[in-house]
Ligand binder design. Sequence first.
Ligand code: SF4
Length: 451
Amino acid sequence: MHQGARVAFHTLGCKLNYSETATLARHLQQKGMTVVPFEDAADIYVLNTCSVTDNAEKECRQWVRRLRRRQPQARIVVTGCYAQLQPQQIAAMGVDLVLGMAEKFQLADYLSTLSEGPTSPVVSCGRSDRLTEFHHSFSLGERTRSFLKIQDGCNYHCSFCTIPLARGESRSPTIAEVVQQALALQQAGAQEVVLTGVNVGDFGIINGKRKAHLLNLLEALEQQTQIPRFRISSVEPNLLTDELIDFLAGSCRFMPHLHLPLQSGSDRILASMRRRYKAAFYADRVEKLKSSIPHCCIGADVITGFPGETDEDFEQTYTLLRDLPVDYLHVFTYSERPNTEALRYGEVIPIPVRKQRTHVLRSLSDRKRRLFYAAQLGKVRPVLFEHGCTENGLPAGYTDNYVYVSAAEGRAGSVLPVLLERLNDSVVHGTVLHDFTESRISAIDPLLASH
Ligand code: SF4
């Protein structure tokens, strides 16, 4: 494809994919191509796909069909986890280029080999067990919040999960490399950096050998950079050590917000999922986190309808989450994934039962989030107002502890103290306190003053 070609990207799935899409877009811009919004007419459309659920794959197929109708002459490229796992299935949908996980980082080279006019699809997808290289990636949306990839792949092999099949073994860059990238983001004006990966808590494996731990990285980032805010996207419960919690409790730049995947509250189901903890251990981690950082926001992933999940198992999940100080849930309905161990399990749960359980947990999540938001009213918290983020026309953004806030005098790209006043559906309205001082912080919220 020629210089000046218009390229549009669409990302499905996780923050890691977003950081990689942003990196691919920058590569193509450096080669003289123009990146345009996905809604616009483009010469090339790139879909960076996900394979976590059946729905994510379905969405990719729908996009291919829509793009073919909308822009019949355009080239369609599909890459990401779905492309890595099902390259031939995707090629058969009438796309031009299918690139696996390693090949996607040579997108520009592959595009240059595409000739004009109709051609048969080019498929380039190496074996997942040969995915050993770490490709640095980050996004930097309007210089506000950046997603920085610090880890890839996973060695855990949970019985429902395709990610290790699509992304290979756990691997990381060195601490020095991450710090260097963070300094570049700082230079570019990033106000918040979210550390992302497949299994972030497993940071530190290089060429199959453990060279460092996540805590070492966090300490280095705090000491060697001045980025105002860091956030950790998610940590497996078994990797959330007391030392990590103590570090977060004592840090003023690592935000009091953590996502801890649970998946099920039944020990029987956790064992059959091949998760590395029991429900009581998970509860202990949540309690420890909340007692060390009382204003911390905690999120959890849950899967409903895993094979063999009885009403009693589901009840255990519901009760555990209802009673624990977990503040919101990401609920996934189990879907059969090719080549996973769980596919061989009997006791398949009927789809309507899975959906009903998802509905119940999503309602619980709404209630919990509202309770957490309501508990923050009357407090003053620092809000990072984001570019392009508005609520009823007012600037909006997130507090340190992940409350979504709008305030009339918010300024995109700035962290400002906001008095949280009213809860409206899923947003808290507040007032920016321009004359806010340390002494007033202590008077209103001593915990904030210590953070
Ligand atoms: S920890 Fe389990 S669920 Fe998470 S990516 Fe690894 S295998 Fe998948």
